[in-house]
Design a protein around this ligand. Structure first.
Ligand code: ASP
Ligand code: MG
Length: 424
């Protein structure tokens, strides 16, 4: 069997849902299990609902109403009024409305997972109901009965033993009466032992698909995307991006780590552990071969450039002009780890430690408040981290033209630069 992952862009409208059904029909012989993300930009929209709820703003309902309208308009195009999917959608929205009425608010990360996880439940209900209509044998499974995590909300750590057992049992049961049934489940979400919903980190559906591939010993995992495969640069930013046909697991991890949004960084390890090949293919042109990522010692020599926006460059200096020494590092890293900031680059000099992190307001604020007690802190929002692998001087020059470089680090293969984001 294979595991297919369909991201938000593939199911962003009714046409997208129909296209997914078409693709799956062509691949029924491979017995795919489908892992699907929330539709379009639903996760962002639910994050906005959550933020409004947290700040107790009075447009919370209105924001949620927009999410409802978006899903209902897709469902209206696909289903007649008597389709049972309407009840399922009603129930999910009832839960969301109920959640934002709640007066006793727990932690941000906890509330995040209870609210934002519903995006995936909605999308998979709609896709499964459409498969049913289109005559594809389908079984919808709740990923919260399959993927067990600890209670690190927003970044659940997988309990592999229980997850493996649950996946075997539930998927096995779904397939026991009809081995050709297409199982549809959610990416991104899981649950704790106490049945609270958890999420695996933004863009975590790829990782979910890798977990399913690992637990079910899939022969291949396929990520269906709106690009033809893994490119050497983001085609939305660089017009000359070209397809990389073959990648090793090693290079794929590096690309993902430096911020290539094409694959979630945690995806490769479970696949690599069982030598399961990963294909990245286009849902727009499904006949194209895409990129194949597998056990090979193919070293990618193509220059690859990755741009990560919304970075904050923080510089930390001791108040008393003492050198940045190990004790200070220990202190700084402890707090980075405590608030779970994501570090993308660091550099130190005698009196200064610079660190480039993702701009995540709550975590960043907590970190800065703590650091300001003991250090002189400066920071720049709106930075871009540009990583160039297999670089040449001419390429660097072309990519950084007229832009101020705030920090730069170099190794033999890789250059990383923090630049000011254009227009800031
Ligand atoms: N829907 C989630 C997100 O947008 C997970 C995913 O798409 O992979 O982050
Ligand atoms: Mg996505």
């Amino acid at each position: 069997m294979k595991v297919f992952k369909f991201g938000g862009a593939s199911v962003k409208d009714a046409q997208g849902v129909k296209n997914v059904a078409e693709i799956v029909k062509q691949h029924l012989a491979e017995q795919p299990l489908l892992v699907i993300s929330a539709m379009g930009k639903t996760t962002n929209a639910l994050e906005e609902v959550l933020q409004a709820f947290f700040k107790r703003e009075n447009n919370t309902q209105e924001l949620l109403e927009k999410v409802r309208e978006y899903h209902y308009s897709i469902a209206e195009t696909l289903f007649p009024r008597e389709n049972p999917v309407w009840d399922e959608l009603e129930n999910l929205f009832a839960e969301l409305y109920w959640a934002i009425e709640e007066t006793q608010i727990k932690s941000y990360d906890y509330e995040y997972d209870q609210i934002v996880s519903v995006g995936e439940l909605l999308s998979t209900r709609i896709v499964a109901a459409y498969f049913e209509l289109a005559g594809i044998p389908v079984q919808w499974l709740d990923a919260r009965d399959l993927i067990r995590t600890d209670d690190t909300f927003r970044e659940g750590n997988i309990d592999w033993e229980i997850t493996q057992k649950q996946i075997h049992e539930r998927v096995g049961k779904a397939k026991s009466s009809n081995p050709n049934v297409v199982v549809i489940t959610q990416g991104f979400i899981g649950a704790t032992s106490e049945n609270f919903s958890t999420t695996l980190g933004r863009e975590g559906s790829d990782y979910s698909a890798a977990i399913f591939s690992y637990c079910l010993d899939a022969s291949e995992m396929v990520i269906w995307k709106d690009v033809p495969g893994v490119l050497n640069a983001d085609p939305k930013v660089f017009s000359d991006a070209t397809l990389i046909e073959e990648l090793s697991y090693y290079d794929a991890i590096e690309l993902a780590y430096y911020g290539a949004t094409v694959i979630h960084p945690k995806t490769i390890k479970p696949l690599q552990n069982k030598s399961i090949p990963l294909r990245v293919k286009s849902f727009v042109n499904p006949q194209l071969p895409g990129t194949r990522i597998s056990t090979n010692d193919h070293r990618n020599a193509i220059p690859t450039y990755i741009q990560k926006n919304n970075q904050v460059l923080i510089s930390i200096s001791p108040r008393d002009f003492s050198f940045i020494i190990e004790e200070n590092f220990k202190d700084i890293f402890k707090h980075i780890s405590d608030v779970r900031l994501k570090v993308n680059l660091m550099q130190n000099s005698a009196l200064k430690f610079s660190v480039c992190v993702n701009d995540e307001t709550e975590r960043l604020q907590a970190f800065l408040v703590e650091m300001q007690k003991r250090y002189i802190i400066k920071y720049n929002h709106n930075c871009t981290l540009l990583t160039v692998r297999n670089y040449s001087e001419t390429l660097i020059e072309r990519l950084t033209q007229h832009r101020e470089i705030l920090v730069e680090t170099r190794s033999r293969n890789t250059v990383q630069m923090v630049l000011r984001q254009p227009n800031h």
